[in-house]
Design a protein around this ligand. Structure first.
Ligand code: SF4
Length: 420
């Protein structure tokens, strides 16, 4: 029995692709191992979103080449095939054919499956990385023009939404398997269904009809699509089964920069959405993303992003430095900012956000209620409450177990609680 090791980087979509590749291979009689040394073949499931992530891939490939049979999958396989000659490649749209690629590669044949087409993707065998969590991609691709800095569009292409019934049946199967968290994920869940006469709200209403004790985490959505369905989305988010967690990437606090990024909303659109959700769901957790040092961003325009964070006080802020990705519009833009400066801006934003995050977390001290244990942390088990807040507790618990707690301490990026 040949042993296969799958190494994954990147977003929850990539995690889900790896879980399915593992499930298909195991069903075909291969053994999935948990380290490269034990593998007869290594699948590297890659991410192309940032420069450092891509650089660590090339380094890893050099380490493995010569000692292991290697297949490259994911976004770098899809966007850089010419740099990967002599290696078997499988793109995000072809993962249902992983068994063929592995068999051919083990027989020393080089195979390349990179066509972007709507292939079977849901309700396939899988090996969940976390038995408490089911990751379900609801669509592939997006409706970005693309956004000027984005390399993902080149890899994942235009929007292809999956059928509502296929999604609901995967939720039912996951529930039957005892899963407690359903992560509905996509590059942009907000544009779900626009190509098949559906929308996110209708999908969520169908998912919520599934019986059982579980919670749904809705993946990131772009503000421009949230605006179109704001009232209905707020209503469906009030349902007990939906984590009160809203991830809407703003990327910049300055409208000029948003225009240059080819983002399709304004700062005012974003603040309106946040204000509406907070007015109707006071404990909603707001997560957002900001890019520091986009080409042409002046110090004043950067400070607009900082001031927005101080004003909106998001609960989660993914800060990233701008990286010029090959082949993107932003790579060729004038006004490229030196790495030292983008680093300085990202560090400054991290300082500002650390204070905001602690202040937001202190609001939860004294909160009492159930959490779903979904992670084993360095110094304790981690669970999620109704607002997907990260809560740490002492003691050993099963992943997926629900524990009643009281929050006794706030830390910068999580909460500490006592079990009740
Ligand atoms: S919406 Fe924009 S940033 Fe997101 S994947 Fe599409 S092109 Fe990239």
């Amino acid at each position: 029995m040949d042993k296969i090791y799958i190494e994954t980087s990147g977003c929850s979509l990539n995690q889900s692709d790896s879980e399915v590749m593992a499930g298909l291979l195991e069903k075909a009689g291969f053994k999935i191992v948990d380290n490269a040394d034990d593998g007869d073949l290594v699948i590297i499931n890659t991410c192309t979103v940032k420069g450092p992530t891509e650089n660590s891939f090339w380094k890893r490939l050099d380490e493995l080449k010569g000692s292991k049979k290697v297949i490259v999958s994911g976004c770098i396989a899809q966007t850089e095939p010419s740099k990967l000659e002599g290696l078997s490649l499988i793109g995000p749209y072809q993962i249902n054919r992983i068994v063929e690629v592995v068999e051919e590669t083990l027989n020393d044949n080089v195979v390349s499956l990179l066509v972007k087409e709507k292939n079977e993707r849901l309700n396939l065998p899988k090996i969940r990385k976390n038995k408490a969590v089911e990751i379900i991609p609801i669509c592939a691709g997006c409706l970005g023009d693309p956004c000027a800095y984005c390399k993902v569009k080149e890899a994942r292409g235009d929007l292809m939404s999956y059928d509502k019934d296929a999604i609901v049946s995967q939720v039912m199967k996951a529930r039957a398997a005892g899963v407690k968290e359903i992560w509905l994920t996509a590059q942009d869940t907000g544009c779900y269904g626009k190509d098949i006469g559906m929308d996110l709200v209708k999908l969520l209403k169908n998912v919520l009809l599934v019986e059982g004790d579980f919670k749904v985490r809705v993946g990131m959505m772009n503000p421009n699509f949230v605006l179109e369905m704001l009232d209905e989305l707020i209503e469906v988010f009030k349902h007990d089964k939906i984590f009160k967690f809203l991830h809407i990437p703003i990327q910049s606090g300055n409208n000029e920069i948003l225009k240059r990024m080819r983002r399709k909303y304004s700062v005012e659109d974003f603040t309106k959405i946040v204000a509406r959700f907070r007015a109707e769901i006071p404990d909603i957790v707001i997560a957002t993303d900001i890019i520091c040092g986009f080409p042409g961003e002046t110090k004043e325009q950067f400070m607009d992003s900082v001031e927005l964070v101080r004003k909106i006080t998001p609960d989660v802020l993914n800060r990233s430095r701008f990286w010029a990705r090959p082949g993107t519009e932003a790579e060729k833009m004038d006004g490229q900012i030196h790495g030292k400066e983008t680093k300085k801006r990202s560090q400054f934003l991290t300082e500002v956000f650390s204070n905001v995050s602690l202040m937001r977390n202190e609001r939860w001290i004294g909160w009492e209620g159930p959490i779903i244990i979904d992670e084993k942390g360095k110094d304790g088990m981690i669970g999620r409450n109704f607002a997907y807040k990260s809560v740490m507790v002492d003691g050993e618990y099963e992943l997926g177990e629900t524990v009643k707690v009281k929050v006794v301490k706030a830390k910068t990026f999580n909460l500490r609680a006592e079990v009740r």
